[in-house]
Design a protein around this ligand. Sequence first.
Ligand SMILES: *[C@@H]1O[C@H](CO)[C@@H](O)[C@H](O)[C@H]1NC(C)=O
Ligand SMILES: *[C@@H]1O[C@H](CO)[C@@H](O)[C@H](O)[C@H]1NC(C)=O
Ligand SMILES: *[C@@H]1O[C@H](CO)[C@@H](O)[C@H](O)[C@H]1NC(C)=O
Ligand SMILES: *[C@@H]1O[C@H](CO)[C@@H](O)[C@H](O)[C@H]1NC(C)=O
Ligand SMILES: *[C@@H]1O[C@H](CO)[C@@H](O)[C@H](O)[C@H]1NC(C)=O
Ligand SMILES: *[C@@H]1O[C@H](CO)[C@@H](O)[C@H](O)[C@H]1NC(C)=O
Ligand SMILES: *[C@@H]1O[C@H](CO)[C@@H](O)[C@H](O)[C@H]1NC(C)=O
Length: 510
Amino acid sequence: MKYNIWVRAATLLWSLSITAAQDAPAPYMQVPSQRQLEWQQQELYAFLHFGPNTFTGEEWGRSQSRPDIFNPTDLDTDQWAKVLAEAGMKGMILTAKHHDGTCLWNTSTTAYKTGNGSWAKKREQDGFDADVVRMAAGSAKKYGINFGVYLSPWDIHRDPAMPKPGLKGTIYDEPQIFGDSSPGDYNALYVQQLTELVTMKLADGTPIELFEVWLDGASGSDTVQTFNWTGFRDVIRQHQPNAVMWGHQGPDARWVGNEDGFTLPTNWHTISRTQDDVHYSGEELEVGVRDGQYWTPAESDARIRDGWFYHANEPSKSGAALMDMYLKTVGRSVNLLLDVPPDTRGLIADMDAANLKEFARLRNATLNRNLVTPDLKTSASSVRDGDIVSYGPAKVIDGSNDTYWTMDDGELTGWMEVDLGSSFCVDGFIVQEHIAFGQRIGRYEIGAMVEGSTYRAVVSNGTSMGYKRIDLLEKGVETSRIRLRITQANAVPLIQSLQVLGSRNCTGPL
Ligand SMILES: *[C@@H]1O[C@H](CO)[C@@H](O)[C@H](O)[C@H]1NC(C)=O
Ligand SMILES: *[C@@H]1O[C@H](CO)[C@@H](O)[C@H](O)[C@H]1NC(C)=O
Ligand SMILES: *[C@@H]1O[C@H](CO)[C@@H](O)[C@H](O)[C@H]1NC(C)=O
Ligand SMILES: *[C@@H]1O[C@H](CO)[C@@H](O)[C@H](O)[C@H]1NC(C)=O
Ligand SMILES: *[C@@H]1O[C@H](CO)[C@@H](O)[C@H](O)[C@H]1NC(C)=O
Ligand SMILES: *[C@@H]1O[C@H](CO)[C@@H](O)[C@H](O)[C@H]1NC(C)=O
Ligand SMILES: *[C@@H]1O[C@H](CO)[C@@H](O)[C@H](O)[C@H]1NC(C)=O
């Protein structure tokens, strides 16, 4: 009897210690929502600026043209989606309404829409859909990429500070309700437009799913309009719970502080202000706030040409220039939203399509060379409760987004190592922190074993790791073992993935 009790007590103790060993680390401060996590994994997608400005050569427009100005000769939204999908882009965001106020979908909120122009009338007569937003959404679905919309909060068409003599006396001369001191409620109009977009259906009746809604912060007039961000957010959440709402500083994703396709090497996913607070400066947005109050990761909106809208005389960036952008955005944990504007035919320009293709080839040729396979030998300075099965260093190379190597709570520095099995020419690394449980790491280094026994730091200045870091070396190094060291963290670090890029030897072609 006594013996039995003793055995049971021992079993209990043993199972308690197993349970303790299996406890995952607690989330650290702010963590991403599921929608933010899925959005972060999209990494690279396109911005399509299309509308009257495409035909007038303007960027912001002045809301002077009638809808007839919108007259693409060969509009084919399938071509957009095909070109983007083939270039490995995960989605497209279309300007449903830019600053000039022309709506590209068949809204009931204004007469100022492409659907009222002769292009749309002719298309409808011929039995084709003429709702550009719906057409683009259908094409995105057909080619398996995400779809999102841009709806400009600033609206020149409704802004009394922006004179519109060109529309005087036409049905397009509509009430000037933009501004806190103007008569009428612009927020109500905006909510109605937003509601139409988030509840839109494809021609066959299936709902259109949005992955992102882009609410621009730009304004070119002094008219003060207090936007009802909470109201806008509620409409989006109610109808599109998976859509990320982008604004200058959130709520779901923030501006990266510039429009040039780069960010500073240190980038935190958190900030401590909302859309209702004073705006951060560019550099504050680039860096973010470590241990900030809100999970508001950055997105870099950049352009393949000089302008946002298509202008024939502007050069298109080369694949190499786009690759450089990619490394300075996606390679620094920031999503890249690349503007690829349809031309006056209503097609992605041939030169842009060719450059996107070369960009895709370069990404693949540079990054798709992981030398690490799940069967390789790994070791670590320590493992959480010694539980190698759950938290060992092999979790870093198992290809799963849900597993990670970690140590005991309170252990803020440490290393893990992977043995490549034989000698390779290593020239780059891709590392990922398990951000589902928050961002913790402030400094890291990567060493390569050279001359048999010593580690040489080949990446010595890693800072905020976050979702994904790409570190490329200027010159390959011959090595068979790689060591990742976490040298600063604010809570026990969680390493989700390490990829080691390289080729067989340093004399062969890269
Ligand atoms: C893991 O993350 C990658 C992006 O980094 C994504 O493409 C993939 O779908 C994710 N896998 C799972 C199972 O979620
Ligand atoms: C434009 O659309 C509005 C309703 O959205 C309609 O009342 C108006 O007659 C249309 N105008 C033209 C010129 O088609
Ligand atoms: C817009 O909607 C109206 C009313 O449902 C319809 O008559 C018209 O054909 C539509 N126009 C376009 C461009 O879809
Ligand atoms: C903002 O919109 C919400 C929801 O539509 C509404 O309840 C609230 O009164 C609005 N706030 C202001 C200041 O207009
Ligand atoms: C990607 O690169 C690998 C080699 O790194 C190559 O085998 C493959 O064909 C490339 N794929 C594409 C689509 O370029
Ligand atoms: C580390 O140094 C390299 C080479 O100077 C540079 O390209 C990289 O951006 C630096 N990284 C950080 C995180 O500062
Ligand atoms: C290095 O790689 C190239 C091309 O893959 C091959 O031709 C050459 O024989 C290799 N050299 C050595 C020393 O392994």
